[in-house]
Design a protein around this ligand. Structure first.
Ligand SMILES: Cc1cc2nc3c(=O)[nH]c(=O)nc-3n(C[C@H](O)[C@H](O)[C@H](O)COP(=O)(O)OP(=O)(O)OC[C@H]3O[C@@H](n4cnc5c(N)ncnc54)[C@H](O)[C@@H]3O)c2cc1C
Length: 324
């Protein structure tokens, strides 16, 4: 049986692995079969991760995370977790290959997925003018003309934030009114750099090697028109990847995994959660990495307490105390 299994190979998972490996817990990290490295694999230049004053490409940064985790003894498996049995003191982790691993503690760091528009050009131009994160990429659009798609609070927040850099920010919304809270709406309406394009959706993102516009479709009469742009921010929501733990772990009203305060402690003893899957607000590589640290330290303390108890009381009794 393992002491620690980590699910997820983003900044949270690999940072948890670095700490767990350096604590000599020989972690097993399940990295996913096709999305190894997490969300930063979808981006180009990362300029806000400390320690890289000249910036670093997202995939290169994640390769360094992995190298550091493996250097200290993390075992990485390129597979997906398809099922979890986490109720008892021994957690069972089933992989796509059918292999079942057992562990005393589990660190759940599966991230969250930005909702996509699902239109032509979106995948191809991701990181080349198409972005899901104003905090991450706003700086690249100084004095440019850009658009934000969405009508909720996060779309208004992104649009308002982006006016610090861009000369013009369109907000493209399918309806003729916003879902955003009144205060966020008022802030956006009062901003001279923001112009709303109502009753419109993006039909296609245009550009060969970088975004140079979008084709808009009217949601009223279906007519098409082109809008020249230097960048497009998609702000239509975010889904924490919790499908494996529905009904097994307590979730918050925002759909993230509930953790106790600033810890990574979930509603099930021995299961810890870290990164964007617990974070409805900040969702940055550095916050995910910090949260991975917390999870590894929490798992380490949990294992130390288990060991203390197994010395003091018989094993079966200890298991009962821990699960109570
Ligand atoms: C386009 C883009 C650009 C960004 N740019 C920046 C930036 O410049 N700076 C910054 O700080 N942040 C940036 N971010 C945000 C940053 O990428 C995230 O905050 C961070 O990656 C979250 O880390 P995480 O480890 O929690 O999750 P993720 O990075 O999402 O990693 C989770 C991992 O878990 C895996 N996983 C999920 N389910 C399973 C399963 N069942 N079995 C096995 N594996 C599984 C996923 O495949 C994924 O590899 C950007 C995000 C995007 C989308």
């Amino acid at each position: 049986m393992r002491q620690v299994i980590i699910i997820g190979s983003g900044p949270a998972g690999f940072t948890a692995a670095i700490y767990a490996a350096r604590a000599n817990l020989k972690p097993l990290l399940i990295a996913s079969s096709v999305e190894v490295g997490g969300e930063l694999m979808n981006t180009t230049e990362v300029e806000n991760y400390p320690g890289f004053p000249d910036g670093i490409q997202g995939p290169e940064l994640m390769a360094k995370f992995q190298e550091q985790a493996e250097k200290f003894g993390t075992e990485v498996v390129y597979d997906d977790v398809t099922d979890l049995d986490i109720a008892g003191p021994v957690k069972k982790v089933t992989l796509g290959s059918g292999t079942v691993h057992e562990t005393q503690t589990l660190i759940y760091a599966t991230g969250s997925a930005y909702r996509k528009l699902g239109v032509t050009g979106e995948e191809r131009l991701s990181g080349y003018g198409v972005s899901w994160c104003a905090t991450c990429d706003g700086f690249f659009f100084r004095e440019k003309t850009i658009a934000v798609v969405g009508g909720g609070d996060s779309a208004m927040e992104e649009a308002t934030f982006l006016t610090r850099f861009a000369s013009k920010v369109y907000v493209i919304h399918r309806k003729d009114s916003l879902r955003a809270s009144k205060i966020m709406q008022e802030r956006a309406f009062a901003n001279e750099k923001i112009e709303f394009i109502w009753n419109s959706e993006v039909a296609e993102i245009l550009g060969e090697t970088a975004v140079n516009g979008v084709q808009l479709r009217s949601t009223v009469d279906g007519t098409l028109r082109d809008l020249p742009l230097d960048g497009l921010f998609v702000a239509i929501g975010n889904d924490p990847r919790t499908h494996l733990v529905h009904e097994k772990l307590q979730l918050t009203s925002e759909g993230t995994i509930w953790v106790d305060g600033r810890s990574s402690v979930t509603s099930v003893p021995g299961v810890f959660a870290a990164g964007d899957v617990i974070d409805p607000h900040y969702r940055q590589a550095i916050t995910a990495a910090g949260s991975g640290t917390v999870a590894a330290l929490d798992a380490e303390h949990f294992l130390a307490d288990l060991e203390d108890m197994s010395v003091e009381v018989p094993a079966a009794e200890a298991a009962e105390i821990i699960t109570a």
